[in-house]
Design a binder for this molecule. Structure first.
Ligand code: ARG
Length: 458
């Protein structure tokens, strides 16, 4: 008979059992479930609701179940629906009546709310740790390429000179925000739903502060209906993970471009690339493509849970059992992508020669040419027009700006002098962009230092 079978005269239909049971996926929460139950049992005894002997037997029994689950000795059953009832049934089979007292002043509604919240709380530091590993790789690589000139792009058109370090540190800045977003989520979920009961609290003299404290929460949740209904923390996690994957997918896209023969700015290590079954020459960036592809999955997980929660009346509804799989999937996906992406970047070969060659074509020093004239007194808008004419002339002649002779330059403006060639030199163009946040070495050094400090503080 089911734990809740008292008022039923028939067995559950097998198809209903299959639909209703969540044990196939929520068994992942066994540790959180047992930890929560231990705290609950101790609190019940401390408040005189059950005896200290019963609490001791429950805690001892739960410890044995935990050890057996971890040793792979426990078989869960769909007949007991979910992880909560599986553990409770095992406990009662092992210790008898004391086991049947565990669920006093509790519901699976506050129990699952607690388990799931603890799961999210535990995964955040794991993902943050992986992000910090990625940040470490970015800093290490950036340090080697602070003077490596590459074309910066807008509209995927060569735009202005930057360094490879500056480009990498842009991603470091994004991942830093991802870390703080996850930390914000963790700070906000720091309230314990246990003791909310089914929805309306309980008539027993429970101490919600005791369980909140024992389980490492700052306080109990202040409203029992909210306590069993809230899944904001899971949505915040999924939002944070979606944004993180969006960042990773942009980076992945650039890695894919950079690996192409058209760019060849980087070469991936053989261990982080794959081949083709028919084309012998191929070395494909599958890791980056899969990260880009898996981003869609994590967005889907976010949309799934948002849609499950939309329009649900208070308090608990069984729809909410659908909260777990999207979160597990997103966590698994992110935790798989981050370390392999970091390792791929850590082992890549950077082709600074190709970056420099690409930087030499596409007039990425045209802004510097206009700025040169502006600094000599010409209004910027006029300098812009003059430079535009020079670009058109160069394009027609298949030349770069610095390949024009001083006479050709002076033909459009007498302000041009010999020092224009220094102003057009790409290394100078990059090095002189020392405004706060720019690509000059002084600024990439500051950026790297700040990220390293951020890592160290954690
Ligand atoms: N397996 C359920 C879930 O994941 C646990 C809560 C069930 N509560 C209930 N009243 N049926 O949501």
């Amino acid at each position: 008979m089911k734990l809740w079978g008292g008022r039923f005269q028939k067995d559950t239909d097998q198809l209903v059992n299959a639909l209703n049971a969540s044990i196939s996926f929520d068994q992942r929460l066994y540790r959180e479930d047992i930890t929560g139950s231990m705290a609950h049992a101790q609190m019940l005894a401390d408040c005189g609701i059950i005896s200290q002997e019963d609490a001791a037997a429950i805690i001892d029994g739960l410890q044995g179940i935990l050890a057996d689950i971890e040793a792979g000795k426990v078989e869960f059953t769909a007949d007991n629906e979910d992880i909560h009832m599986n553990v409770e049934a095992l406990l009662t089979a092992r210790i008898g009546d004391a086991g049947k007292r565990l669920h006093t002043a509790r519901s699976r509604n506050d129990q699952v709310a607690l388990d799931f919240r603890m799961y999210v709380r535990e995964q955040i530091p794991v993902i943050v740790g992986q992000l910090l590993e990625l940040e470490t790789v970015l800093c290490r690589q950036a340090k080697q390429y602070q003077t490596a000139v590459m074309p910066g792009y807008t509209h995927l058109q060569r735009a202005q000179p930057i360094s490879f370090a500056q480009h990498l540190m842009a991603y470091a800045a994004m991942f830093r925000r991802d870390v703080t977003r996850l930390e914000d989520c963790k700070a906000r979920l720091d309230e314990c739903p246990l003791g909310s009961g089914a929805l309306a609290g309980t008539t027993y003299p429970i101490d919600r502060w005791e369980t909140a404290k024992a389980l490492g929460f700052a306080a109990p949740m202040g409203n029992s209906l909210d306590g069993v209904s809230d899944r904001d923390y899971a949505l915040e996690l999924l939002s944070g993970l979606s944004i993180l994957m969006m960042h990773l997918s942009r980076f992945a896209e650039e890695v894919i471009l950079w690996c192409s023969w058209e760019f060849k700015f980087i070469e991936l290590d053989d261990a982080y690339a794959t081949g083709s079954s028919i084309m012998p020459q191929k070395k494909n960036p599958d890791v980056a493509e899969l990260v880009r592809g898996k981003t869609g999955r994590v967005y889907g997980d976010l949309m799934s849970l948002l849609t499950v929660m939309k329009g649900l009346p208070l308090a608990y509804n069984k729809d909410m059992q659908e909260d777990k799989e999207p979160v597990f999937d997103a966590v698994d996906t992110v935790e798989m992508c981050l370390p392999v992406f970091a390792a791929m970047l850590d082992t890549m070969t950077v082709r600074t020669d190709n970056m420099r060659r690409a930087a030499g074509h596409g007039f990425i020093n045209a802004t510097d040419c206009a700025d040169y004239l502006t600094k000599k007194g010409m209004p910027f808008r006029d300098a812009y027009t003059v430079t535009g004419k020079l670009v058109a002339q160069c394009t027609a002649q298949g030349k770069t700006l610095e390949e024009l002779s001083l006479e050709e330059l002076q033909a459009v403006s007498p302000l041009f002098e010999q020092d224009v060639y220094d102003a057009l030199n790409l290394e100078n163009c990059m090095a002189l962009r020392s405004s706060y946040g720019g690509p000059a070495v002084s600024e990439t050094t500051r950026q790297i230092g700040e990220i390293e400090q951020f890592i160290q503080e954690r």
